[in-house]
Write a protein of this length. Structure first.
Length: 204
């Protein structure tokens, strides 16, 4: 069975492949948006992570005729009422400028005391089949917003986010090895939640 992952990021394909391998699911071929015939990718204008994940998955399934997986994710900060949220990638005004996004968020939270710096990474994965069946799974990775950039790994808000997981040992998510991050992260949890669906589709 072939599954289209609505992304051009090879890391997302590898992450899903690891989840499928861990679950003992075989016979699945993963292809990215770069591997299928070009189609007009939709504007992610939803108000929630679920909205955006479904927008991408529906468009991918309709264009390719393949079962399509898409995700939307970001950082939510309690003190900011859940923002940056779906605006995480463009919080500073320019899409994908990680350094600027981090700097702006740290400045906005500069005077907030430690006991009000709760934050979480959230990922929603949506799986849509060509016949219109839809499945959604959410993963949440709770933590605290740091006061400065720590670590050089990862991407996005990883250097200013400290997971609460005991296994993280107080490190920022930018200090975790890739395999450690996979085991703890929001996207890993969301993908794992879809394992029963993947298993059923692969068996069918």
């Amino acid at each position: 069975m072939k599954i289209h992952v609505a992304s051009r990021n090879p890391k997302k394909l590898r992450e899903l492949a690891r989840v499928l391998d861990a679950a003992g699911i075989n016979g699945v071929e993963l292809v990215s948006t770069a591997d299928v015939a070009p189609y007009e990718e939709p504007v992610e204008n939803g108000r929630t992570f679920t909205d955006n994940a479904l927008i991408k998955a529906r468009a991918g399934a309709a264009a390719t005729g393949l079962v399509t997986l898409a995700d939307d994710s970001g950082l939510t900060v309690d003190e900011l009422g859940g923002m940056p949220g779906v605006l995480s990638a463009r919080w500073s005004g320019q899409h994908g400028d990680d350094a600027a996004n981090n700097a702006l968020l740290l400045a906005q939270m500069a005077d907030v005391p430690n006991d009000r710096r709760a934050a979480a990474f959230v990922s929603v994965c949506a799986l849509v089949t060509p016949d219109g069946a839809e499945y959604v799974s959410e993963g949440v990775w709770p933590g605290l917003l740091l006061r400065s950039v720590v670590g050089e790994g990862g991407f996005g808000y990883d250097p200013i986010f400290a997971p609460l997981d005991e296994a993280a040992g107080g490190r920022s998510s930018a200090e975790l090895a890739p395999e450690e991050k996979d085991a703890l992260s929001h996207r890993g949890k969301a993908l794992t939640g879809l394992v029963p669906v993947f298993r059923e589709l692969a068996a069918g």
